[in-house]
Each structure stands twice: as structure tokens, then as C-alpha cells.
Design a protein around this ligand. Structure first.
Ligand code: 2P0
Length: 323
């Protein structure tokens, strides 16, 4: 039995971060997180079953080694679910710079989960798709959904999943200041493990982030943009503080990252309300409301960083073609 499906998924940026696992095999995180799926960065993936062995082509290049094995281990999960033993041909295209801290693994594994299960003839409920995507890459659990999403840490495979959050009209938008779109020096997977194993600030991060998480749900529920932004910015800084305490230290920041953080403070005092967040890379994502998007974009362009992208809330994963 062969089948082919194409799925499209968008990346997401966490407003309350995921940084550290309690179970690496199942990707059960230490803390719950909240994210915004963006329309700007997407992955389109086609999976066709019936091959003699798994193969993966990403942006025209054949994958080998660890990245290819990671996809194959993920396809093993789909083979188990579908009760099949054949292999798959995977062809994927990214508009996200791969491994640059712009959430390429989130959109990548959400699209792969949807395409691989659909092509295998499975129809998964959104929660089950989120659970499956999580086991490819934790943040992919959230890219199954559009707009605001919450990933409940849970305590085991079935209780760790994402679901959409009602947006009470926050009118969110994001300006991405691309400081450097190159591949990062240490993957987020390795960096979060190093933080958990060696940073004396890791336990403090976990307890602060748990508290930030429940405050964020309250702030979103109340439609309080100022509180949402303040929490997002301080949660991101706390995550980076925990990394700096690792041995050796994990330092994703570059000089232009700091210039962007200063610009955000200046814009805020000048009345364009915006807040910064950063992930496992030097790029700065600026959370704002849609009417301020153009002003903030222009200010970042004037700063002269490598690139600027604007984004609005994007859709959840979808199947584009199935045969
Ligand atoms: C997040 N990041 O919440 C955090 C903030 C990066 C910084 O999720 O090991 O690629 O595949 O589960 O999902 C990036 O980590 O890690 C990430 P794995 P993932 O968005």
C-alpha cells in the first residue's frame, strides 16, 4: 500500500519558552509553554510511502547522518502507529532558515507528522497529531495549531500536548530582526541539555517559568497586551540567563542582538509599545500590535541588521494534497 501526502506547517515563536526536558526520549518538557504561530515562515513536506529505504531531501539536498536518522526514527513512530514496515521518501522545503533559531524544527516536524500520517492512511485528531509531532521536536507540538497555542508539559506521553488558545483580540504582530541567519553553533537540543545538567540557575529558571506561564494565561485571558509583552520579554531573558550559567556557557547573542534589545526599549519609551524575545540564536523577535508594525519595521531597518521580516499570526498545519 503506497500513498502520498503534502502538508504545510508554520513556525512558532514561544512567548513563554520551553527550555529543558524531564524525559528526552518522549520529549516531555520540564515546563509548559505558550507560543504564537507565524504566517511568515513555513515548511512544505511531501511524504510517499512504499520505498525500500527512508530518504530525505531538504531544500534540494539529500540529508545524511544525524538529521536523516532523526527523520527515520520519527518515521518509525508512524510505522508503529500504522502497522506497516515499508519506508518513505520525504521531500521538504523550508522558508525558515534551517537551524538558525527561527523555529525550523517546529514547522518541519509538524509538517512531517501531518504528511507522514496522512500518506499512511491515518487520520489523527489534532491532539494526537500534536503528541506525535512533539516526539520529533518539542516545539513542533505547538505548530500543529494556528495563532496562540499552549503546550501543557504533562507528565507522560498522553498528557503532554498543545492546544489552541482563544485570542481575545490582542491584535498581535511580530517584527523579526534577523541578526544572523547562519546555522547556530550548538543545537537547542544540546544546549537545553547542557543547561539542565550544568547550570546552577536551571532550577530557578524552571520555577520562574512555571509562574510566568500561569501569569501569561491570565494576561492573555484578560486581553492585556502590556502584561503579555512584559512577561514574554522577561521569560526570554530568564531563559538566556539560565544558559549563561552553563559550563561551558551557552551564548547565542551577537552585538546586533543587544542593539535590537536597546531599540525595543527606546521604541517603547517613544510610545510604540513592543517587547523583545529571543530563542536559540542571535535573532530578536519583537512582539507588537498590528497598527505599530510599520513603525517598528522601519526602525529596525534603520538600525541596519542583516534582514527584517514582519509576521502576523499564521494558520495551523494542513494537508495540501493527498493521493
Ligand atoms: C521554544 N526553543 O519554546 C524554545 C525557546 C528554543 C528556545 O523549542 O530538542 O527544537 O527538538 O525538542 O523544539 C527549540 O527547541 O527542541 C525550542 P527539541 P526544539 O520555542
Amino acid at each position: 500500500m503506497t500513498g502520498s501526502s503534502t502538508a504545510v506547517a508554520h513556525s512558532n515563536i514561544a512567548l513563554i519558552k520551553y527550555w529543558g526536558k524531564v524525559d528526552s526520549r518522549l520529549a516531555i518538557p520540564a515546563t509548559s509553554s505558550v507560543s504564537l504561530t507565524l504566517d511568515a515562515y513555513r515548511t512544505e513536506t511531501t511524504v510517499e510511502w512504499g520505498a525500500e529505504q527512508d530518504s530525505v531531501v531538504l531544500d534540494g539536498a539529500v540529508l545524511s547522518g544525524v538529521p536523516a536518522d532523526r527523520v527515520s526514527r520519527f518515521l518509525d513512530l508512524v510505522r508503529d502507529l500504522a502497522g506497516r514496515s515499508d519506508h518513505a521518501t520525504v521531500v521538504s522545503r523550508n522558508t525558515v532558515p534551517t537551524a538558525a533559531g527561527l523555529a525550523s524544527s517546529a514547522s518541519g516536524f509538524a509538517a512531517l507528522a501531518a504528511a507522514a500520517t496522512s500518506a499512511a492512511g491515518l487520520t489523527l485528531a489534532p491532539r494526537d497529531l500534536s503528541i506525535l509531532a512533539r516526539k520529533g521536536s518539542g516545539s513542533a507540538s505547538r505548530s500543529v495549531f494556528g495563532g496562540l497555542a499552549v503546550w501543557y508539559a504533562g507528565t507522560d506521553d498522553l498528557s503532554s500536548y498543545a492546544e489552541p488558545l482563544v485570542d481575545p483580540g490582542l491584535d498581535l504582530a511580530m517584527v523579526v530582526a534577523v541578526v544572523n541567519a547562519g546555522t547556530k553553533e550548538i543545537s537547542s537540543r544540546d544546549a537545553m541539555r547542557l543547561t539542565a545538567e550544568t547550570s546552577p540557575y536551571y532550577d530557578a529558571w524552571v520555577s520562574a517559568s512555571r509562574s510566568d506561564f500561569s501569569s501569561m494565561l491570565d494576561a492573555i485571558g484578560a486581553g492585556d497586551f502590556t502584561r503579555v509583552g512584559e512577561l514574554a520579554e522577561s521569560n526570554a531573558m530568564r531563559m538566556h540567563a539560565s544558559m549563561l550559567g552553563s559550563t561551558p556557557p551557552v551564548t547565542y547573542w551577537e552585538p546586533d542582538s543587544v542593539r535590537c534589545l536597546r531599540l525595543v526599549r527606546e521604541l517603547r519609551s517613544a510610545g510604540a509599545e513592543c517587547y523583545a524575545t529571543m530563542d536559540a540564536g542571535p535573532n530578536v523577535k519583537i512582539l507588537c500590535r498590528r497598527p505599530d508594525l510599520a513603525t517598528i519595521r522601519t526602525a529596525v531597518e534603520e538600525l541596519g541588521v542583516a534582514g527584517v521580516t514582519t509576521a502576523l499570526p499564521g494558520p495551523g498545519v494542513r494537508i495540501d494534497r493527498a493521493t
